[in-house]
Design a protein around this ligand. Sequence first.
Ligand SMILES: [Zn+2]
Length: 374
Amino acid sequence: MEKKKIKIKPKALTIFKILGVIFCIFLGLFLFYLKQINDITKLGYSKEASKNILFSFKKDYILKIGENKTINRAFESKDYIEDNLDNYRKVKYVNHKDLISNINKALEVGYKPNDINIIFSHGDNESVKRFLKRDKVKYLEEFFIVDYAKLDNYDRYLKYADDTGEDEETTVLCVNLDMDKEDYADAKLVDKFSIDMLVNKHRYLDEKFEPNDLMNIPSEYASEEDLQSSRIAFNAFKKMSEAAKKDGCEIVINSAYRSYQDQVDIGNYYLKWYGQSYVDKYVAKPGYSEHQTGLAYDIGSKKVNIFANSKEYNWMQEHAYEYGFIERFTKRYEKITGFRMEPWHYRYVGKDIAKYIHENNISFEEYYAVYLDK
Ligand SMILES: [Zn+2]
């Protein structure tokens, strides 16, 4: 028995020793691996990207360039192509779903990283994909020098500029506002109530739309009973009216919220008395009137019949923006708003936007196209 034990012991010991050595080797390799990964992750790369960087033998390259979100995404993506690595580095990161495959495609079409940056900054994942289906555009800067130019509108820009001879900036503005389309043709549905919503001859509300905060206007502020408004707009109007009063001006609301049906009735009324061509020219079609938002008022003076001749009008010109209102349809913007001047028609857009519009002398359409239409 004792002999047997002595015989087995050295064998077991050898096995243990070998296992120990193997274990140490694996532990060493594992620690070495962790250290390698850690060198990469501490630069800002994800675990997954770091692993793929390591196994593609690109660690030295990554250590040289440091953090790069596009490269991080490339190494996380199944679309990674080694030959494109340097180009990935030069493309500014955007959070598009198919970022890497879009870069691959753009390079294939013949774009350089700078062009790709321009393209990616003018559309979302899907519109980039659509844009990359066309042949290479030679002078991307032509329209895309304008910040708010949209990839999807490219053909319309070309046509509009060609038809009208307008410069790039005007072209982008007009096309983004659908001014290259007939009034009411192919209009966009607006379905969310907000103080910066835009409703005009290209953007409409459906029959059921009404403001979220509809309320009855107290009769002392209105020229007739039962007028309704958005509450947020009316609260601002109340403050404005009190301030006007202190300056000896008495403003009153002649018209405020109008439902879709109200606008149908108005159209029919004018049709009966003034005829179709008048209605087409001056009366907004149902769904296309800003009054349906509850944020627009026709304002009058309590003392003078023609508002534009009243001191109340002058007061409004000077102070309305301080309360968040803008004169919506001026002579200057007839072409862009699609409405003849209406000195009595004011729109609540909130103080910040009203101030900007007042100070920069632009229409709400222009403000919308540049700052809100994303
Ligand atoms: Zn009006």
